[in-house]
Design a protein around this ligand. Structure first.
Ligand SMILES: *Cc1c(COP(=O)(O)O)cnc(C)c1O
Length: 387
């Protein structure tokens, strides 16, 4: 597969040549831990042990790399396993990182509660403000600037290319968590980023049926070090999970178009609603990152956050009052999910600079019929009391 082929062609074919043994069009699930060696040290098919590599995982890794426009892809058992492996590879005692001040809670926890004990420091910066990013970088000491855009849960837009300029000038790498945008909507490597991180649990898998993660990058040396740590630490994705993510990727473009269509309808509806105090969606003209999102992304994504009138109690009522929009953590699946970040996904950042407002609700807009989603937001009994 070449990068000149269209996104969906790559999604359907990259890494997925028909199986050489029987010609199956879909890459099989190679459920095996080990592989025959014809002579000592001579593996017949080039594979030795499935922690090190497995053909189903290789297929996914090649496909992820092709979609992000990168040379190397690595698949992990979760997004956090991917992040942890990356940190263990690039950080050492004394390393400094700049992280988003509304980072994914689990990412912040990984820095603050796991790696900090080993002398790795992480300073939050407001990534939409380049002065704040510049002030947080210590040239020569900052190992990497970690970007999420759109951010979670406030859906702020960070200027990847501008942050790359700042970071590279100071000798720091740029890592972009591209989970919310997906490679279909945003290509961080093309904008100069060094490593892309994914929780494939979300849109890449797309059906809320697996936990997985991935890294994509171009640098050969760093890729080799990451492969060493992937094998040495062992947080790899299982063949079955790789197969499911690969199946998800084949429909990523059509799913994302529909997620984006629906999110635009839902955001416009909420924006007009008298009992909604504030809507956060980069597709709205009034969103401070709207123009940047227009330049940097193909469309605006499927996530919409909003603050309700009536404070935390009202927000909890709305979350608990919808019937088909499921109350649950996570995002990026075909079904719509609603959640209360303050007590759910972002509970781990309570009491820190990253704490989120209690009246905030996050919606992962699914690919159901948009009119039903709006009707549900209307009709949910306690939502009606609030809305
Ligand atoms: C879910 C998520 C992660 C963590 O991924 P897991 O697969 O849950 O380990 C990291 N970053 C973002 C933006 C996420 O949404």
């Amino acid at each position: 597969m070449t990068a000149t082929q269209g996104f969906s062609t790559r999604a359907i074919h990259a890494g997925q040549d028909p199986d050489s043994a029987v010609g199956s069009v879909v890459p099989p699930i190679y459920a095996t831990s080990t592989y025959i060696q014809d002579k000592v040290g001579e593996a017949r098919g080039g594979f030795e042990y499935s922690r090190s590599s497995n053909p189903t995982r290789t297929a996914l890794e090649e496909c992820m790399a092709a979609l992000e426009g990168g040379k190397h892809g690595l698949a992990f058992a979760s997004g956090l396993a991917a992040e942890d492996t990356l940190l263990r590879t690039i950080a050492s005692p004394g390393s400094h990182f700049v992280v988003p001040d509304d980072a994914y809670g689990g990412t912040y926890r990984l820095f603050a509660r796991v790696h900090q004990r080993w002398g790795v420091a992480a300073d939050p910066a407001h990534l939409t403000n380049l002065d704040s990013v510049a002030a947080a970088i210590t040239p020569g000491e900052t190992k990497a600037v970690w970007i999420e855009t759109p951010t979670n849960p406030l859906l702020a837009i960070a200027d990847i290319a501008a942050i790359v300029d700042l970071a590279h000038a100071a000798g720091a790498l740029v890592v972009v968590d591209n989970t919310f945008a997906t490679p279909y909507l945003q290509q961080p490597l093309e904008l100069g980023a060094d490593v892309v991180v994914h929780s494939t649990t979300k849109y890449c898998g797309g059906h809320s049926d697996i936990i997985g993660g991935a890294l994509v990058l171009n640098d050969d040396d760093l890729a080799e070090q990451l492969r060493f740590h992937q094998n040495a630490i062992g947080g790899v994705a299982s063949p079955f999970d790789c197969w499911l993510v690969l199946r998800g990727l084949r429909t990523l473009a059509v799913r994302m178009e529909r997620h984006c269509d629906n999110a635009e309808v839902v955001a416009a509806f909420l924006d007009e609603h008298p009992r909604i105090a504030q809507v956060y969606f980069p597709g709205l003209d009034a969103h401070p990152g709207h123009d940047l999102a227009k330049r940097q992304m193909r469309r605006y994504g499927g996530m919409v956050s909003f603050q309700v009138v009536g404070g935390e109690q009202a927000a909890l009522q709305v979350c608990e009052g919808t019937s088909v929009i499921i109350l649950g953590e996570s995002l990026g699946g075909v079904e719509s999910l609603i959640e209360h970040p303050h007590t759910m996904t972002h509970a781990s950042v309570a009491g820190t600079q990253l704490e989120v407002p209690g009246d905030l609700i996050r919606l992962s807009v699914g690919i159901e019929d948009a009119e039903d989603l709006i009707a549900l937001l209307h009709w949910a009994p306690s939502a009606r009391a609030v809305c």
